[in-house]
Design a protein around this ligand. Sequence first.
Ligand SMILES: NC(=O)c1ccc[n+]([C@@H]2O[C@H](COP(=O)([O-])OP(=O)(O)OC[C@H]3O[C@@H](n4cnc5c(N)ncnc54)[C@H](OP(=O)(O)O)[C@@H]3O)[C@@H](O)[C@H]2O)c1
Length: 300
Amino acid sequence: MRVQLNKQLSISKIVIGCMRMNDWKLSTMEIVQFIEWCVERGITTFDHADIYGGDHRNEELFGEALRMQPSLREKIQIVTKCDICVPNDKNPGIKTRFFNTDKQYILTQVNESLDKLRCDYVDLLLIHMFDLLIDPSELNETLQQLRNEGKVKYFGLSNHNPLEFDALQKYTDIQFVTNQFMLNPLGIENYLNGIMTHCLKAGISPMIWSPLAGGRIFKPDNPKEESMKNVLEDIRQELKLETVDEVVYKWIFRHSSNPAIVLRTGKKERIERAIRSASGEEMTREQWYKILIEAGYKLW
Ligand SMILES: NC(=O)c1ccc[n+]([C@@H]2O[C@H](COP(=O)([O-])OP(=O)(O)OC[C@H]3O[C@@H](n4cnc5c(N)ncnc54)[C@H](OP(=O)(O)O)[C@@H]3O)[C@@H](O)[C@H]2O)c1
C-alpha cells in the first residue's frame, strides 16, 4: 500500500519512525535485517530527524546499516527533518530550545544528516517545526540550492498549521509534498484547527505521527482516556479485529487525504498489524464519528 506524494515520490502507507531506534538495542546486522524484513513487506519509508536518538545518533545507526548493505538504499525512501535546536553534549553552546531556519544552519544540518546516513541524497526533507523568525525568501533559496545540488529530492513541512503552510508555500515554486503532524483519538486538535482539512485544500497526503498517542491508547490514565479505550474496544469487536491499534489505524486511514502513519514501534507483530489495518473492511461513518465525538469534537 503506497501513498503518492507527487508524481515521482511515493511512500509506504506504514512508515517506520526511527526516533527511538537506539532503544531497540539492535546490532548493525540486526538493523540491516530489520530494514530487509520491512522492505519484503512493502514498508519502504523510514522517518528520521537530525535530533533523533541519544547524542542525535539514530541517523548514524541507520547509516551504518546502509554501509553494511548498500543495495538497500535504492529500495527505500529516507525522510529527515531539521530546524529544532536543543541543548546537547555535541553543541555545548546551545543553552535553550529554539528553531533555526537560517540558510547556513539548514545546509549544515542536511550535510551532517547525509554524512550520518551515508547517503548522497534524502528523498524528503521536512522543516520540523514552524520557525516564527523564518525568512521565507531565504528558505526558498536554501531549498533550491539543496535541490540543485541533488542532496534533497523533495520537501515538506511538519507541524505547520494551514496559515504557516500557505505562508511558506507562497514564497517558493517548490511544492511541499506533505505535512507531518500528530493525530490520534486522544489528540484531535489537528481536526479542530483545520490542518486535516487543509491537506485536502493543498492536495497533499499527511504523514501522521503519534497514531497511538505514544502508547497511551493502551494505558489510559484518566476516566476520559478509559472511556475512549472502551469505545475503541467496542468497535474492535464489531470489526472483528485483533487489537485496538488496528481500530486506531483504520480511523486515521478513513480520511480522504490518504494519510500515511508513522509508527514508533520496532516490534514485528505490531508492525504486521499496522500493515493489515491498511486493507480489509473500512470503518463505517457511524463508527468513525463515534470515535471523533468521544474525542471531544462537537458536531453542532
Ligand atoms: N514530526 C514530528 O514532530 C514528530 C514528533 C514525534 C514523533 N515523530 C515520528 O513519529 C514516530 C512515532 O512516534 P510516536 O511516539 O508518536 O508513536 P506511537 O505509535 O503513537 O507510539 C509508540 C508507542 O506505543 C507503543 N505501542 C505500540 N503498539 C503497542 C501495542 N500493541 N501495545 C502496547 N503498546 C504499543 C510502543 O511501544 P513499543 O515500542 O514497545 O512497541 C511505543 O512506546 C516517531 O518514531 C517519529 O519518527 C515525529
